[in-house]
Design a protein around this ligand. Structure first.
Ligand code: ZN
Length: 346
């Protein structure tokens, strides 16, 4: 009996202890929770979290180099483009200017990349690749001036035909008109010049144009001065003929002669011969010869090698049809390009 009592007393004690031990757990479960959870549930309520926002993952620095950027990376880029033959400047600098942009464009064009003149990630990767393609442009470093003859409206005001001369001519005449369609000469000249500009640039040349739209008023004297100021290696004036005899067709090359051509007469003749031969070959136009002239305002005010292609006769119906066609104009431009490239690479 006594033993049973002891067991009973022990059981009662054990139950009581268990009840006491359980009490804190129950209390803990229902009491401090809100305080502990508050910061996690509402970070905005904690001043510390607004003062120290979670750091944004740092992106890789943008390697893009473009016009206006100034850095050592630009200098390295110039050096690399120079090694590959796309850039020809006297001294490498840290400035991304027009020459660098032009070199980047050339690289992009020759390597099938979108041509935007911006050295972004893709372009840079290709430029610095071990097997980067070297430049193969025949006219790199050559500056060509193009003067599409005439403009929408002629200007009959007078200007001296040569420096120091009292002889004057119209500032700019309106040019010939197509015999059958009346297509104005300035339109054909401009169309071919723009095509030639693109071809020249594709081949690495820097191109200076007196104008790229017909709605200008630039005298022949001013056109020559634009070329002089730009220091072009060769200026090419593009014209078509209009003659009284409508049976006459064919192309002609005019080159400068006389006292005002001193210093660049031989170069002008050599360039004129090369360009004319290639033009005739590409177009099949009849050869009306190379004529030296000392009465051309556009020649006499020039200080750089210059020549003047008369691409054909708009006064001849058949030749007019050719001259106003896109396909023939492409051949004209290609022939002129071939001649210019031949002259500068031989
Ligand atoms: Zn003309």
């Amino acid at each position: 009996m006594r033993r049973i009592w002891i067991i009973l007393i022990c059981m009662i004690l054990c139950l009581g202890t268990a009840a006491c031990a359980a009490e804190p757990e129950e209390a803990a479960a229902g009491w401090p929770e809100p305080i502990q959870e508050e910061p996690a549930a509402s970070p905005a309520a904690t001043p510390a979290s607004t003062q120290s926002p979670a750091p944004v993952p740092t992106p890789t620095p943008d390697p893009t180099l473009k016009s206006g950027v100034e850095s050592e990376a630009v200098k390295a880029l110039q050096q690399r483009l120079g090694e590959l033959g796309y850039l020809d400047i006297d001294e490498y600098t840290t400035k991304f200017g027009p020459a660098t942009e032009r070199a980047v464009r050339l690289f992009q064009r020759q390597n099938g990349l979108a041509e935007d003149g911006v050295a972004g990630e893709d372009t840079l990767a290709r430029i610095y690749a071990d097997d980067a393609k070297e430049c193969t442009l025949p006219l790199l470093g050559v500056k060509i001036g193009l003067d599409p003859g005439h403009q929408r409206k002629g200007n009959s005001e007078q200007e001296a035909v040569a420096p120091g001369s009292s002889v004057t001519k119209n500032k700019v005449t309106s040019g010939a008109d197509g015999r059958n369609t009346g297509t104005p000469e300035y339109q054909v000249n401009l169309d071919v010049a723009l095509k030639l500009r693109d071809l020249l640039e594709e081949n690495g040349a820097e191109v200076v144009m007196t104008h790229e739209t017909a709605d200008v008023d630039i005298s022949n004297q001013e056109r020559a001065k634009i070329m002089n100021d730009a220091g072009v290696d060769l200026a090419l004036r593009l014209h078509c003929d209009g003659v009284d005899d409508s049976s006459v067709s064919g192309a002609m090359m005019l080159i400068p002669a006389g006292e005002h051509a001193e210093g660049f007469e031989q170069q002008s003749r050599a360039a004129g011969e090369a360009v004319f031969a290639a033009y005739l070959e590409a177009t099949g136009a009849r050869d009306r010869g190379i004529i030296a002239r000392d009465d051309q305002t556009g020649f006499n005010w020039s200080t750089v090698p210059i020549c003047n292609i008369e691409m054909g006769c708009l006064s001849n119906g058949d030749e007019e049809a050719l001259l106003i066609s896109d396909e023939y104009q492409n051949r004209c431009a290609q022939g002129l390009l071939n001649g210019i490239a031949g002259y500068f690479t031989n």
